[in-house]
Design a protein around this ligand. Structure first.
Ligand code: FAD
Length: 395
């Protein structure tokens, strides 16, 4: 029977193993992960786990009962496609089918690598190091006002720390949302008592303080860097696998890679979206849940499925539930639904009478209805989109 080896025991890797069993695959499945911990879920790391409201976030999966062989604390260092083997410190591991699910790793702030008191937030170990930092209730500088920076700042304020967020752009979430959508979110920082310094750059970090490029000095018992993540694909160098310019594995519409018998899924892989007419690289949880089902079905050899999801994610920040579905581009018309100064509102992106994306703040019903509309491709009247008192449904 063919042997499936999955590299990376995060959400995408675990879900691939589980989906294979759910879909009836009976051959050997091996899950190899670099981290020593029982596989766990990442979103709680910047939320409940950080605040000590949850001990950990291990997946509720009985690997033994599912006959999934776990090899934890084992880093995969290379792929030799001709030999159908991956290399580890413990020796080569042969495969018939390989699934690359190594996720992403956080971008570091140049010059601060290894500096004591400078933290990243990606792993359970990172969260464990940050928990006592929060408990000390000291001055914390957060670098980057993206999703991770906002969630960490929320938790640190809740823990009673003094928080300053340093952001190079002129607003939060500059990489994800257009200026007029993200601008009201700057207010959220202020409301919760975190100082947000925009157009600000870190020059260097010294013990106890952060020095900005304009000379300002910020007291800092700890610095948390949240400036993005890049695909963890360095180990694939020299394997011959096709990578995008940003380093993600270039997968096709069935999440197959350029190498025979090798798939890629989750944060480490991009895929072509016919729905959006471009290649997407999605660094969100739902993609690491849905993609594995396509991979498992393809491995089993069922009727091939095309992977073309409506991307979805959520974030919990400053007491708000923020959700986004779809994928917007500058070509779409932006329609507001509710007052962005208020507690709940949405923003919709329409193109040619169709909904292509929406951002919902405290309006989960908008999200659910909008996501369905995007999936179905049914038209949405502009007036209906702009009226928060009526449901989002087809014209
Ligand atoms: P990962 O979760 O990164 O897992 C990859 C695994 O592969 C890791 O365990 C890694 O150690 C292992 N690995 C890497 N290289 C190797 C190697 N060479 N050999 C062996 N193993 C290797 N998304 C949302 O939609 N909503 C949220 O609220 C949200 N919150 C988040 C909060 C935090 C703090 C973080 C870090 C992420 C959050 N995300 C959120 C994003 C979401 O967690 C990711 O999209 C998801 O974890 C991706 O799963 P993955 O399996 O592709 O990658």
């Amino acid at each position: 029977q063919q042997r499936v080896v999955i590299v990376g025991a995060g959400m995408a890797g675990v879900q691939t193993a589980v989906a294979l069993r759910e879909q009836g695959f009976t051959g050997p499945v091996t899950l190899v992960g670099a981290e020593p911990h029982q596989p766990y879920d990442r979103p709680p790391l910047s939320k409940a786990v950080l605040l000590g409201k949850a001990e950990d976030s291990a997946f509720d999966v009985d690997f033994e009962a599912l006959s999934i062989e776990l090899r934890l604390g084992v880093e995969v260092t290379g792929l030799r496609a001709d030999a159908h083997e991956v290399d580890t410190e413990a020796g080569p591991v042969p495969y018939d089918t390989l699934v690359v699910a190594t996720g992403a790793e956080p971008v570091t702030l140049p010059g601060t690598e290894g500096v004591p008191g400078v933290h990243l937030l990606r792993t359970l170990d990172d969260a464990a190091r940050l928990k006592p930092v929060l408990e000390r209730r000291h001055d914390i500088v957060v670098v980057g006002a993206g999703w991770i920076g906002a969630e960490f700042a929320t938790a640190a304020r809740e823990a009673g720390c003094s928080v300053t967020v340093v952001e190079a752009a002129d607003r939060p979430l500059a990489g994800a949302l257009p200026a007029d959508v993200a601008a009201p979110m700057a207010q959220w920082y202020e409301e919760c008592g975190a100082a947000l310094l925009t157009r600000a750059r870190v020059a260097h970090v010294e013990p106890g303080r952060v020095v900005l490029a304009d000379g300002r000095e910020l007291p800092a018992d700890a610095v948390v860097v949240g400036i993005g993540a890049r695909p963890a694909t360095g180990w694939l160098a020299g394997s011959g696998i096709a990578l995008d310019a940003g380093g993600s594995v270039t997968a096709d519409e069935r999440l197959r890679t350029s190498l025979p018998d090798v798939y890629a899924v989750g944060d480490c892989a991009s895929f072509p979206s016919a729905r959006y007419g471009e290649r997407l690289l999605v660094h969100h949880w739902d993609n690491a849940l849905q993609g594995p089902r396509t991979v498992a079905a393809d491995i089993i050899g069922e009727t091939p499925q095309v992977y073309d999801p409506v991307p979805y994610f959520w974030s919990e920040q400053f007491g708000r539930f923020v959700q986004y579905a779809g994928h917007h581009t500058g070509a779409a018309e932006l329609v507001r639904r509710g007052d962005p100064a208020g507690p709940s509102w949405s923003v919709l992106w329409l193109r040619d009478g169709l909904l292509v994306a929406l951002l919902a703040v405290g309006r989960p019903r908008d999200l659910a209805q909008g996501r369905k509309l995007i999936e179905s491709g049914a038209p949405l009247a502009r007036e209906r989109a702009a009226d928060p008192s009526v449901p989002l449904k087809a014209a």
